[in-house]
Design a protein around this ligand. Structure first.
Ligand code: GUN
Length: 283
Protein backbone atom coordinates (compact mmCIF):
# COMPACT_ATOMS: atom_id res chain seq x y z
CA UNK A 1 0.00 0.00 0.00
CA UNK A 2 1.23 3.47 -0.86
CA UNK A 3 0.08 6.40 1.23
CA UNK A 4 -1.15 9.35 -0.83
CA UNK A 5 0.62 11.98 1.24
CA UNK A 6 -1.46 15.09 0.62
CA UNK A 7 0.33 16.99 3.35
CA UNK A 8 3.75 16.58 1.73
CA UNK A 9 2.54 17.18 -1.83
CA UNK A 10 0.55 20.28 -0.83
CA UNK A 11 3.49 21.68 1.08
CA UNK A 12 5.79 21.16 -1.89
CA UNK A 13 3.31 22.92 -4.18
CA UNK A 14 2.74 25.77 -1.72
CA UNK A 15 6.50 26.32 -1.63
CA UNK A 16 6.57 26.29 -5.45
CA UNK A 17 3.90 29.02 -5.37
CA UNK A 18 6.12 30.97 -2.97
CA UNK A 19 8.86 30.97 -5.61
CA UNK A 20 6.41 32.53 -8.05
CA UNK A 21 5.06 35.14 -5.62
CA UNK A 22 8.63 36.04 -4.54
CA UNK A 23 9.41 36.74 -8.16
CA UNK A 24 6.48 39.18 -8.41
CA UNK A 25 7.67 40.89 -5.24
CA UNK A 26 11.20 41.13 -6.63
CA UNK A 27 9.79 42.87 -9.71
CA UNK A 28 8.01 45.39 -7.47
CA UNK A 29 4.56 43.99 -8.22
CA UNK A 30 1.78 43.55 -5.68
CA UNK A 31 1.14 40.14 -4.12
CA UNK A 32 -2.00 38.06 -4.71
CA UNK A 33 -4.67 38.38 -2.02
CA UNK A 34 -7.40 36.02 -0.81
CA UNK A 35 -10.34 37.33 1.23
CA UNK A 36 -12.05 34.81 3.51
CA UNK A 37 -15.54 35.38 4.87
CA UNK A 38 -16.39 33.34 7.95
CA UNK A 39 -19.77 33.67 9.63
CA UNK A 40 -20.25 32.32 13.13
CA UNK A 41 -18.01 30.07 15.21
CA UNK A 42 -18.36 26.57 13.78
CA UNK A 43 -15.24 24.86 15.23
CA UNK A 44 -14.46 22.92 12.02
CA UNK A 45 -14.74 26.10 9.94
CA UNK A 46 -12.52 28.01 12.37
CA UNK A 47 -9.92 25.28 12.04
CA UNK A 48 -10.15 25.21 8.20
CA UNK A 49 -9.85 28.98 8.01
CA UNK A 50 -6.78 28.90 10.25
CA UNK A 51 -5.24 26.27 7.94
CA UNK A 52 -6.00 28.40 4.89
CA UNK A 53 -4.35 31.46 6.48
CA UNK A 54 -1.24 29.49 7.41
CA UNK A 55 -0.91 28.05 3.89
CA UNK A 56 -1.32 31.54 2.39
CA UNK A 57 1.64 32.67 4.49
CA UNK A 58 3.75 29.75 3.22
CA UNK A 59 2.87 30.53 -0.40
CA UNK A 60 3.38 34.29 -0.19
CA UNK A 61 -0.30 35.03 -0.74
CA UNK A 62 -1.85 37.80 1.35
CA UNK A 63 -5.09 36.98 3.10
CA UNK A 64 -7.68 38.90 5.05
CA UNK A 65 -10.27 37.29 7.28
CA UNK A 66 -13.71 38.85 7.62
CA UNK A 67 -15.14 37.13 10.66
CA UNK A 68 -18.81 38.05 11.09
CA UNK A 69 -21.12 37.14 13.98
CA UNK A 70 -23.54 34.21 13.69
CA UNK A 71 -26.59 36.54 13.50
CA UNK A 72 -25.27 38.70 10.63
CA UNK A 73 -28.04 39.70 8.23
CA UNK A 74 -28.09 38.60 4.61
CA UNK A 75 -27.84 42.21 3.38
CA UNK A 76 -24.72 42.83 5.46
CA UNK A 77 -22.96 39.77 4.03
CA UNK A 78 -24.07 40.86 0.56
CA UNK A 79 -22.66 44.36 1.16
CA UNK A 80 -19.31 42.92 2.27
CA UNK A 81 -19.13 40.71 -0.83
CA UNK A 82 -19.89 43.73 -2.99
CA UNK A 83 -17.13 45.76 -1.31
CA UNK A 84 -14.64 42.92 -1.89
CA UNK A 85 -15.84 42.56 -5.50
CA UNK A 86 -14.88 46.22 -6.03
CA UNK A 87 -11.56 46.03 -4.17
CA UNK A 88 -8.84 45.78 -6.81
CA UNK A 89 -6.32 44.38 -4.30
CA UNK A 90 -8.51 41.29 -3.71
CA UNK A 91 -7.97 38.52 -6.30
CA UNK A 92 -9.93 35.68 -4.74
CA UNK A 93 -12.75 35.43 -2.26
CA UNK A 94 -14.37 32.53 -0.43
CA UNK A 95 -17.40 32.21 1.77
CA UNK A 96 -16.53 29.47 4.26
CA UNK A 97 -19.32 26.88 4.34
CA UNK A 98 -21.54 25.95 6.07
CA UNK A 99 -23.12 29.33 6.79
CA UNK A 100 -25.91 29.89 9.36
CA UNK A 101 -29.30 28.65 8.20
CA UNK A 102 -31.00 32.06 8.07
CA UNK A 103 -28.68 33.02 5.19
CA UNK A 104 -29.21 32.03 1.56
CA UNK A 105 -26.04 30.21 0.53
CA UNK A 106 -26.87 30.01 -3.16
CA UNK A 107 -27.62 33.71 -3.47
CA UNK A 108 -24.49 34.75 -1.56
CA UNK A 109 -22.13 32.46 -3.48
CA UNK A 110 -23.40 33.83 -6.76
CA UNK A 111 -22.89 37.42 -5.59
CA UNK A 112 -19.16 36.73 -5.58
CA UNK A 113 -17.85 38.00 -8.90
CA UNK A 114 -17.05 34.93 -10.98
CA UNK A 115 -13.59 36.38 -11.67
CA UNK A 116 -12.88 36.29 -7.90
CA UNK A 117 -14.50 32.91 -7.18
CA UNK A 118 -11.47 31.09 -5.74
CA UNK A 119 -13.65 28.13 -4.69
CA UNK A 120 -15.11 27.59 -8.17
CA UNK A 121 -18.64 27.50 -6.71
CA UNK A 122 -20.21 30.24 -8.84
CA UNK A 123 -22.94 28.88 -11.12
CA UNK A 124 -21.16 30.17 -14.24
CA UNK A 125 -17.86 28.58 -13.22
CA UNK A 126 -19.64 25.30 -12.42
CA UNK A 127 -21.47 25.49 -15.76
CA UNK A 128 -18.16 25.98 -17.55
CA UNK A 129 -16.76 22.95 -15.72
CA UNK A 130 -19.65 20.76 -16.77
CA UNK A 131 -19.32 21.92 -20.38
CA UNK A 132 -15.54 21.34 -20.32
CA UNK A 133 -14.73 25.01 -20.88
CA UNK A 134 -11.87 26.84 -19.17
CA UNK A 135 -12.91 27.63 -15.60
CA UNK A 136 -11.90 27.82 -11.97
CA UNK A 137 -12.16 24.25 -10.71
CA UNK A 138 -13.61 23.66 -7.25
CA UNK A 139 -10.82 23.24 -4.75
CA UNK A 140 -11.38 19.72 -3.39
CA UNK A 141 -11.88 18.00 -6.78
CA UNK A 142 -8.91 19.89 -8.18
CA UNK A 143 -6.79 18.89 -5.17
CA UNK A 144 -7.77 15.23 -5.59
CA UNK A 145 -6.87 15.25 -9.31
CA UNK A 146 -3.53 16.92 -8.55
CA UNK A 147 -2.74 14.33 -5.88
CA UNK A 148 -3.54 11.39 -8.19
CA UNK A 149 -1.44 12.95 -10.97
CA UNK A 150 1.45 13.49 -8.57
CA UNK A 151 1.58 9.74 -7.93
CA UNK A 152 1.31 9.07 -11.67
CA UNK A 153 -2.00 7.29 -11.28
CA UNK A 154 -3.57 6.84 -14.71
CA UNK A 155 -7.29 7.48 -14.65
CA UNK A 156 -8.21 6.39 -18.17
CA UNK A 157 -10.24 3.18 -18.24
CA UNK A 158 -10.67 2.92 -14.47
CA UNK A 159 -14.02 2.13 -12.90
CA UNK A 160 -14.38 5.12 -10.58
CA UNK A 161 -17.04 5.01 -7.89
CA UNK A 162 -17.88 8.20 -6.04
CA UNK A 163 -19.85 8.14 -2.80
CA UNK A 164 -21.62 11.48 -2.38
CA UNK A 165 -23.19 13.84 -4.90
CA UNK A 166 -22.56 17.32 -3.45
CA UNK A 167 -21.95 20.38 -5.62
CA UNK A 168 -18.65 20.86 -3.80
CA UNK A 169 -17.10 17.40 -4.16
CA UNK A 170 -19.03 14.40 -5.50
CA UNK A 171 -20.58 15.86 -8.62
CA UNK A 172 -17.59 17.90 -9.88
CA UNK A 173 -15.08 15.14 -9.12
CA UNK A 174 -17.24 12.80 -11.22
CA UNK A 175 -16.99 15.28 -14.09
CA UNK A 176 -13.20 15.63 -13.81
CA UNK A 177 -12.64 11.86 -13.58
CA UNK A 178 -14.94 11.23 -16.53
CA UNK A 179 -12.99 13.81 -18.57
CA UNK A 180 -9.86 11.78 -17.94
CA UNK A 181 -11.45 8.59 -19.21
CA UNK A 182 -12.84 6.90 -16.10
CA UNK A 183 -16.21 5.14 -16.12
CA UNK A 184 -18.25 6.76 -13.39
CA UNK A 185 -20.74 5.53 -10.81
CA UNK A 186 -22.09 8.08 -8.34
CA UNK A 187 -23.62 6.62 -5.17
CA UNK A 188 -25.73 8.55 -2.67
CA UNK A 189 -28.31 8.24 0.08
CA UNK A 190 -30.81 6.44 -2.14
CA UNK A 191 -28.31 3.89 -3.46
CA UNK A 192 -29.74 0.46 -2.63
CA UNK A 193 -26.65 -1.66 -2.13
CA UNK A 194 -23.66 0.62 -1.61
CA UNK A 195 -21.19 -2.24 -1.16
CA UNK A 196 -22.18 -3.78 -4.48
CA UNK A 197 -21.07 -0.61 -6.25
CA UNK A 198 -18.00 0.20 -4.16
CA UNK A 199 -16.66 -3.34 -4.69
CA UNK A 200 -16.50 -2.62 -8.45
CA UNK A 201 -14.27 0.40 -7.90
CA UNK A 202 -10.71 0.57 -9.18
CA UNK A 203 -10.81 4.11 -7.82
CA UNK A 204 -13.08 4.87 -4.88
CA UNK A 205 -13.71 8.48 -3.82
CA UNK A 206 -15.70 8.81 -0.61
CA UNK A 207 -17.29 12.14 0.30
CA UNK A 208 -20.32 11.09 2.31
CA UNK A 209 -19.73 12.89 5.60
CA UNK A 210 -20.39 9.60 7.44
CA UNK A 211 -17.55 8.42 9.71
CA UNK A 212 -16.16 5.00 8.68
CA UNK A 213 -18.99 4.37 6.21
CA UNK A 214 -16.66 2.34 4.00
CA UNK A 215 -15.31 -0.84 5.57
CA UNK A 216 -12.92 -3.51 4.30
CA UNK A 217 -15.65 -5.75 2.86
CA UNK A 218 -16.74 -2.88 0.60
CA UNK A 219 -13.36 -2.39 -1.11
CA UNK A 220 -11.87 -4.42 -3.96
CA UNK A 221 -8.34 -5.70 -3.48
CA UNK A 222 -5.84 -3.29 -5.06
CA UNK A 223 -8.27 -0.35 -5.27
CA UNK A 224 -7.16 3.27 -5.04
CA UNK A 225 -9.02 4.90 -2.16
CA UNK A 226 -9.52 8.65 -1.72
CA UNK A 227 -11.17 9.66 1.55
CA UNK A 228 -12.61 13.18 1.57
CA UNK A 229 -14.38 12.83 4.92
CA UNK A 230 -13.33 14.81 7.97
CA UNK A 231 -15.37 13.78 11.01
CA UNK A 232 -14.62 14.67 14.60
CA UNK A 233 -15.45 11.63 16.72
CA UNK A 234 -14.47 11.54 20.41
CA UNK A 235 -12.09 14.44 19.82
CA UNK A 236 -10.29 12.64 16.98
CA UNK A 237 -10.44 13.36 13.24
CA UNK A 238 -11.51 10.33 11.25
CA UNK A 239 -12.45 9.80 7.63
CA UNK A 240 -15.41 8.25 5.82
CA UNK A 241 -13.23 5.16 5.25
CA UNK A 242 -12.12 2.82 8.01
CA UNK A 243 -8.44 3.43 7.28
CA UNK A 244 -6.97 0.81 9.62
CA UNK A 245 -9.03 -1.97 8.02
CA UNK A 246 -8.88 -0.84 4.42
CA UNK A 247 -5.19 0.11 4.21
CA UNK A 248 -4.12 -3.54 4.00
CA UNK A 249 -6.09 -4.38 0.87
CA UNK A 250 -5.81 -1.24 -1.27
CA UNK A 251 -2.97 -0.13 -3.55
CA UNK A 252 -3.12 3.56 -2.59
CA UNK A 253 -5.01 5.40 0.15
CA UNK A 254 -5.26 8.94 1.52
CA UNK A 255 -4.97 9.34 5.29
CA UNK A 256 -7.28 11.56 7.37
CA UNK A 257 -6.04 14.04 8.41
CA UNK A 258 -3.19 15.06 6.05
CA UNK A 259 -4.65 13.59 2.88
CA UNK A 260 -7.21 15.49 0.81
CA UNK A 261 -7.51 18.43 3.27
CA UNK A 262 -4.13 20.04 2.56
CA UNK A 263 -4.58 19.40 -1.19
CA UNK A 264 -7.88 21.33 -1.07
CA UNK A 265 -6.11 24.28 0.50
CA UNK A 266 -3.29 24.10 -2.05
CA UNK A 267 -5.85 24.08 -4.88
CA UNK A 268 -7.53 27.14 -3.37
CA UNK A 269 -4.19 28.95 -3.35
CA UNK A 270 -3.41 27.88 -6.91
CA UNK A 271 -6.84 29.17 -7.95
CA UNK A 272 -6.13 32.48 -6.20
CA UNK A 273 -2.82 32.78 -8.01
CA UNK A 274 -4.50 32.03 -11.34
CA UNK A 275 -7.09 34.75 -10.67
CA UNK A 276 -4.27 37.14 -9.69
CA UNK A 277 -2.49 36.50 -13.00
CA UNK A 278 -5.68 37.20 -14.96
CA UNK A 279 -6.24 40.43 -12.96
CA UNK A 280 -2.63 41.52 -13.50
CA UNK A 281 -3.00 41.00 -17.24
CA UNK A 282 -6.07 43.25 -17.32
CA UNK A 283 -4.40 45.99 -15.28
N1 GUN B 1 -16.47 23.95 3.66
C1 GUN B 1 -16.01 22.70 3.46
N2 GUN B 1 -15.22 22.66 2.37
C2 GUN B 1 -15.20 23.90 1.86
C3 GUN B 1 -14.56 24.49 0.72
O1 GUN B 1 -13.85 23.86 -0.06
N3 GUN B 1 -14.77 25.81 0.56
C4 GUN B 1 -15.56 26.54 1.39
N4 GUN B 1 -15.73 27.84 1.13
N5 GUN B 1 -16.17 26.04 2.44
C5 GUN B 1 -15.99 24.72 2.67
Amino acid sequence: MILLDGFAVANERNLALKQLTDEHLRKGERLPKLAIILIGDNPASLSYVKGKGKACAVAGILHELHHLPEDTKQENVAALIETLNQDSTVDGMILQLPIPRHLDEEVLINLIKKEKDADGFHVINQGNLYQKRPTIEPATPKGIMTLLAHYDIKISGLNAVIVGRSNIVGFPVARLLMDQGATITVCHRQTKDLGFHTRQADLLVVASGKPHLVTKDMVKEGAIVVDVGVNRVDGKLIGDVDFDEVKDICSYITPVPKGVGPMTINALLENTYKLYLSHSKEA
